[in-house]
Design a protein around this ligand. Sequence first.
Ligand code: IMP
Length: 427
Amino acid sequence: MPVLAIVGGQWGDEGKGKVVDQLAETADVVVRFSGGDNAGHTVINHLGEFKLHLVPAGIFSSRVLCVIGNGVVINPAVLKQEIEGLNRSGVDTSNLVISDRAHLVMPYHLLLDELEEKSRAGKALGTTKRGIGPAFADKTNRLGIRACDLLDKAALGERLAMVLESKNTLFTSVYGAPPVSYEQIYSEYCAYADFLAPFIKDTVVLLGQAVAKKQMVILEGAQGALLDPDFGTYPYGTSSSPLTAGGALGAGIAPSRIDKLLGIFKVYCTRVGNGPMPTELMDETGDAIRDIAHEFGTTTGRPRRIGWFDAVAARFSCFINGLTSVALTRLDVFDTMPALKICTSYDLNGQRIDYFPASVADLEKCQPVYEELPGWDKPITHVRNFADLPIEAQRYVRRIEELIGCDVSMACCGPSREQVIQLKPVI
Ligand code: IMP
């Protein structure tokens, strides 16, 4: 049985939760490997509709070991709430484990996210304000507090006191904000420690055992490739790598152990937050897609920006992720659209280019060059075989496949587990 990495191919919100929920039926282990509660994975199954922020989408299969990996930053308040909410809905969370190496989002990270965004004035990144950037900055700057620190309250207190010295200098001297209270944070985190301690384990050991037993392991990404700190629309991106390579690091499974790499792409593009998006639709077509598809952020409720499928960005994403196949989601959103466009190249300063530029200034100037395809103008939510799709829908999928240079293994035509057309095996 393989190790399968599942990642977002665009700017996040591609429908990873649904695909992981479906594939988790055959998995033994699901590991969330990056991001934090900035992510919002919607899962609709026989138990109801769930919006997961930290817990892996494998949680609904009781035989699956669900791991929050070392690459995730955990806000304990959010995780506690999420676990309690799942339990109230009858979902068993005794199969959840948290990496002892995962870093924690602290109350001062949330404050800093807010203050840093304010200080960027007209150039705000549009973060989710969940403290993610400041938490990852502290991780890299060796000022982080980790899940294993919750297991030793005396050490937690010492570390917190040390970190707060520098944070409170920053709050009072740079931002003119009041200092944060050691006592309050310490007692709050001691309470989280009591709740979370039974979940905190050395997950590298557990994953090593799973790989040795040839169990099926899913590495579940968060966000999407175009938000990657290296390859995304920097600085308009997130702070941990949503790529398959991030999956190796954020789970503690070597790249050589990853057998299959599945990228999830919507059949159009969406983006929340600021930054360039070459195919963005600022017209009634964009509004229509947003309304039909209910494109509002799971975490922040913000309306998502909408654009046509960008094959230049998608090809780039397939390459940097090394994808072995692609799942296309939300094909049914186009059921009533008369014509569809795919961006095949960009026009940058009068020159045709077919690569995704590094500079946001260049990306802002890129004009999409489109190819138009006919729509199918009939419902497809009931279709389960590719050959039963209207010929126009088949052509749309095949054209994307050609343009991005990667096989499409799945096409989703509705929100539930069953509304999936399998074109090829994923694993
Ligand atoms: P942060 O990750 O909260 O710092 O936000 C940085 C950027 O990533 C902003 O543009 C966010 O809107 C975006 N972002 C973060 N998480 C997600 C997600 O799960 N889906 C889509 N966009 C996200």
